[in-house]
Design a protein around this ligand. Sequence first.
Ligand code: GAL
Length: 910
Amino acid sequence: MRRFSLSDGAVVLLLSGVLCGSLLAQSPRERISLDDDWRFQKDDPPGNTVSLLYDVRPAVTNQRDDIAADTPARAAEKLAASAQAMIKPWILPTGNSFIKDPARRFARPAGNWGGDVAYVRRDFDDSSWRRVNLPHDWAIAGPFIATGGGGGMGRLPSPGVGWYRKKLDIPAADAGKSVFLDVDGAMSYATVWLNGQIVGGWPYGYASWRVDLTPYLIPGAENQLAIRLDNPPESSRWYPGGGIYRHVWLTKTQSLHVGQWGTFLTTRQVSASSATVDLAVTIDNASRSNATVSVATQIYALDADSRKTGEAVAGLETAAAVVNVGASATVNGSVTIARPKLWGPPPRQKPNLYVAVTTVSHEGRTTDTYETRFGIRAVRFNPGAGIYVNGERVALRGVNNHHDLGALGAALNRRAAQRQLELLREMGCNAIRLSHNPPAPELLELTDEMGFLVMDEAFDVWLRQKTPLDFHLIFPDWHEQDLRALVRRDRNSPSVIIWSIGNEVGEQYTGEEGAALATQLCTIVHEEDPTRPATSAMNYAKPDMPLPAVLDVISVNYQGEGIRQDPEFAGTDRIRTPPQYPGFHLNFPSKLILSSETASAFSSRGVYLFPVSQEISAPVRDGRGGDSTIHQVSAYELHAVDFGASADKVFASLERHAYVAGEFVWTGWDYLGEPTPYYSSRSSYSGIIDLAGFKKDRFFLYQAHWRPDLPMAHILPHWTWPERVGQVTPVHVFTSGDEAELFLNGRSLGRKKKAALEYRLRWDEVVYEPGTLEVVAYKNGAQWATDTMKTDGNPAGLDLKPDRNEIRADGRDLSFVTVTVTDSDGRIAPRAADRIHFKIEGPGEIVATDNGDPTSLEPFQAHDRKAFNGLCLVIVRGKPGQPGKILLTASANNLRVGTASIITTAAEDR
Ligand code: GAL
């Protein structure tokens, strides 16, 4: 036994080797999913006269939603306080446990705001409201807003007010317990009432938060929950979604319990032979008397399915800790684990996980047990050489992703998020930047399990606004609570290696003032997690400006490659910056440098526009990669946003500056909203993978570079160009080999070798004739990989391929079915645009369809859809509790019908 450190009062931790299992009695803690069976209604009750607005809002006038992403953020409008009372004073106290200075915490006002509003009342009849299950995004069903503005936010009706009501059966035995409502995310400005009493709420739509229902609860009765959301227009630069779009939980504990996100495990002195785990546990006392508790924790290894394996590998036991009434106490301890299974990114490492099971006891009785998943790993930031995980240098081959899941909208679905990560992994991606907001907790569960490295980001704006009603309105009151909540929630995730406090914030332009604010935010991060660095993504701040000096890590957007350096940008009032890696490295020799955004290259899957640029990286213009009549960008993958660069250019600049830790590409997947350069569209052009999950050619450019050991070659464009016979039709090849020979109808068009800092092979003079293109790639002189592309016959049939033929019948698991228009030889018809009709039989339903076309305003819920360059996607879900066989049929005029069957199994069968 060893003595351990004391913190926050009389707490002594004693450490033993492995504890016996007796402390793992039945947990008095319950965490109950509240996802099912809500009633939902848009808008406030007719005739309502009570102001339910959170706070005064500036009027939005003449807002354009297609302003360039790197337009400097503007100062906030000064708003006069309203004479009319607003709901904010009832909401602010919800965040009190995330405000460090007790003097700054908020007192709940007297009274009961909104208690008379019909929708909050216990006796209100909501039987005519729509039944919904969570996660729910009210906007994804559309319809798309076809004309006028709205492209920035995805042309979907996310703004507005929505109400959710649910009955909670609380048994009489719950009297005396603490009962919390845990919301993983609700978009946005949530207010909660229970039995007509206002409880609290949380404005930031990406935050996870908790309200304490205990004082308003009637045990032994049916309790009525009502949640109002109010999603402002012009509040985002991308699609935010609307509604309770993540999971909701009812957490019941004894009054002596582990606080919200009340455990923190970190690891040090990590090696193959041993690792030290430090643990801090915060215990809350909601009882009526001071209490002496003991806290014990046992650590178990988890298997690949996150199940505990074997006996505990280590344990920590405490003697006694006094927790005063209404207060918290934190206990600390450490334990050494022999021969730890380390967490690290594949392919060379494995993401091994552990779980710490913490037991709180009072007078010999267990009052709480609490599980914390964590990983043991050593991450080292070497300013001269990049990031090392457990001693291995791991170049960041990362992407940015927004939170939406394409046709499923913002509503979280674990399988859809997993599919996004699986495809990225196939490309060789090993890192994700969660741009630009706190993610769903499940996303981090997935990155932990799959071994991605994560930059976890808090905000897109601070005090200065990018859109008139964005987070800047609540930043002054809420940044501390939101930032502490994010770090406390996510700090046990081994995948998180860096915290980002902001993205391209307007405070880059405010010199010392902006840097002072950044310092405050970094301090918050350090207080909550002293083990990881904080950064902020900079597209403007330069090495000699104050902001970078206060950050732990230099994180640049686009500046590494240089911004708008071509002569055509001379005289623009936009950012023009020569390449900045050397300048940052020189000024900050002790800070790691990485690129939090690179590329922002654009393309539409399967669209090839001629002539093809001779440049390797160029902005999109009509006749130069773009076509503003069809609103598509060429998939030759040479074009980018004005301030961006092609993938090739970024690869070269990273190779030239080996001290840079790597990149996060803008973006891995296409996302809803921000459809630069064509704002009449619904979704972005920047994804390496399109909105439906189909690979653009760029996927193979990254794969060739990021997985050099994978033999692969990829030809573009497709070879079905009846109108181009005799015309120059360049052929490019992406390969992990170093040279390749191209053949057209058996004739060699020459063997080419990649020069230094070249990432594609191009035969730019090929004259089109129908037939077969074949490429043979070589590596170190030996044949390495081949690819062929044939001229297609006419579309003849439909081929259906589910990504999984067997899914759980739980109403959540999904099968993503790729529907391909094929010619008579079964090859994709690369230009097919047939309208395809879908029919489903058996215990399943079509959740959504898509085709990855950014211009398509067809509703995602439609059961028919035009193919986009030969492909469509159907997302199928099994009906809960009805295992069986689903048959999906696709038909189109003059095409052979296609079918697919999907088996759904009872959850326990798997
Ligand atoms: C960046 C910005 C991203 C996105 C991107 C689009 O400047 O940080 O959020 O807007 O541009 O190209």
